[in-house]
Design a protein around this ligand. Structure first.
Ligand SMILES: Cc1cc2nc3c(=O)[nH]c(=O)nc-3n(C[C@H](O)[C@H](O)[C@H](O)COP(=O)(O)OP(=O)(O)OC[C@H]3O[C@@H](n4cnc5c(N)ncnc54)[C@H](O)[C@@H]3O)c2cc1C
Length: 482
């Protein structure tokens, strides 16, 4: 049994439960040194909201690890250099880590592996971030899938392996290496603190993930198939995306809990299968990201490489970012994002369609804004979904399907409760007028204290013109490329 092992905690593995790398280290080594190395040279530097989550999830995980018997060591710097130092300090002969499928990480992990081999150290990489290894799911001809339904069918045929329990006990060596204080990693905003709304909305960490799941099973699972499209509903969806992003809960644990519930309570089986299918979309996004490491920068469909996106007018982009477009459902969504670090899926689709199609702005600008402001900002799900909405992605919504924000709003937020929550200046408008305030009769506006163009912006564009412009651009894209 190796005396001491180094277990590398990553920003995707912040949990004790169903953690194959940690469990293997606990089983195989006499002592474990868990270490998180904050390396800003890793591919896709984290955005502001994600850094906030990481800070608090690290604090939570450090408490859990210490309680289990092996306190967390924090370091900052180049991954390989810091591992070298920790190996020298601890005498560890084995390295355990969860594989990070983020594009570009493979090269860093391979370099670590090579260094370990050259120095007589065993480096063991485990899965854990996904239900399946993204490269194990292949079409009949051995290629990656580009269509979701057959992909998910292949996944279900294989079936994810069962989750593994939390290790009973961890044992640290007597002489633990020194750790940096968490604050030294600089994950929280410097200067103006804009995280108040995020802190009021979320409780990062492993126990909070399971608490949220238990609550959702009680309050939301039965109606999920219908309720998931209504952004005003508190428990319409799981709200587990940031927990999955940072590994506070494992997808296999979630999948297995849902399977158990479906078996025990047939009334919940449909909702459970539907949430599992959404997890399938998460898998599909990672499947795409691994097959196409340039997913965040290059359209999957070649006929979009020369698409005539308009260079965005900075003030228009700012109006979209800050929720001042004059389209209430879009402004509610963008303000929810800014205030809470999260946006409902239906509204993500509406605001993304508006940016890419009505504003004809390159989807990469929207993807970058989401990357910086989402607590669940994910290197696969974010670009894959942006490409899906913009029409240039895999199995994508056709470009000519342009969401009408007003109709979407009336359909999915009919009583305007979501709008009232995030656009309070429209709160006193009656339901019939809240989706298009500028068209409300002046007496109604007066009663509600709304003056279009003064207390709430007029629509920033004419949708009929915008729709025609988008369709013309689509027709004019390079037909030879597609
Ligand atoms: C433009 C755009 C950008 C997006 N960016 C991200 C992102 O950065 N990170 C992210 O996790 N999701 C992203 N999504 C997908 C989806 O909006 C969120 O996963 C979902 O809203 C999270 O809420 P939830 O946990 O309550 O979801 P639920 O409805 O409860 O679904 C359960 C889980 O399934 C997964 N899931 C659900 N829908 C999708 C989907 N369309 N694609 C991938 N996984 C999905 C998530 O992990 C989610 O937590 C994006 C969607 C769009 C349209």
């Amino acid at each position: 049994m190796p005396a001491t092992a180094l277990y590398l905690v990553t920003a995707q593995s912040l949990r004790l439960d169903d953690n194959p790398a940690l469990s293997a280290a606990a089983r195989e080594a006499a002592h474990i040194v868990p270490a998180y190395i904050h390396d800003d040279s890793r591919p896709r530097r984290l955005g502001g909201a994600a850094k906030w989550w990481l800070h608090h999830a690290l604090a939570d995980h450090a408490r859990d690890l210490a309680r289990a018997g092996a306190p967390l060591v924090l370091r900052q710097g180049r991954l390989l250099e810091e591992v070298e130092k920790l190996v020298a300090e601890t005498g560890a002969r084995t390295l355990y880590l969860q594989h990070d499928p983020t594009p570009g990480m493979q090269a860093m992990e391979d370099a670590l592996h090579r260094w370990a081999e050259e120095n007589g150290i065993v480096c063991r990489r485990f899965g854990g971030h996904l239900l399946f290894d993204p490269v194990e799911i292949r079409t009949g001809t051995g290629r990656p899938y580009s269509v979701f339904t057959p992909f998910w069918r292949a996944c279900l045929e294989l079936g994810p392996r069962a989750p593994i329990p939390t290790p009973e006990k961890l044992s640290a060596p007597n002489d633990m290496p020194a750790t940096l204080p968490l604050e030294a990693l600089g994950l929280l905003p410097k200067g103006v603190d804009w995280t108040g709304g995020i802190a009021a909305t979320w409780e990062p960490g492993e126990a909070a993930a399971h608490k949220r799941l238990d609550h959702f099973i009680e309050a939301g699972l039965k109606g999920y198939g219908h309720d998931r499209d209504y952004p005003a509903l508190e428990d319409g969806t799981t709200a587990l995306s940031p927990y999955l992003r940072f590994g506070n809960i494992s997808p296999r644990r979630l999948f297995a809990r849902l399977a158990d519930i479906a078996a025990m309570e047939p009334a919940l089986a449909q909702g459970a299968a539907h949430v599992q299918r959404e997890l399938g979309w998460r898998e599909f996004c990672w499947h795409l990201a691994v097959a196409r490491p340039d997913l965040a920068t290059r359209p999957i469909r070649d006929d979009f490489t020369t698409f005539p996106w308009q260079e965005p007018d900075t003030s228009d982009l700012k109006r979209w970012q800050t929720g001042q477009t004059g389209f209430p459902i879009i402004d509610a969504g963008m303000r929810q994002l800014w205030q809470t670090g999260w946006m409902h899926n239906r509204v993500r689709m509406i605001v993304a369609s508006f940016l890419a199609k009505d504003m004809l702005t390159d989807w990469r600008h929207g993807e970058a804004w989401f990357w910086d402001t989402l607590v669940d900002a994910d290197a696969a799900s974010n670009p894959a979904n942006w490409q899906w909405v913009a029409g240039c992605g895999a199995d994508a919504a056709p470009f000519f399907r342009i969401f009408n924000p007003t109709l979407q709003s009336a359909k999915f937020d009919g009583a305007g409760n979501y709008i009232r929550r995030f656009v309070p200046e429209l709160a006193a408008l009656p339901d019939a007028h809240i989706h298009e305030p500028h068209k409300a009769p002046s007496a109604v506006l007066r009663m509600a204290g709304v003056t279009p163009g003064i207390t709430y912006p007029l629509p920033m564009l004419d949708r009929t013109m915008a729709r025609e412009r988008a369709l013309a651009a689509y027709q004019a894209r390079d037909p030879l490329a597609g």
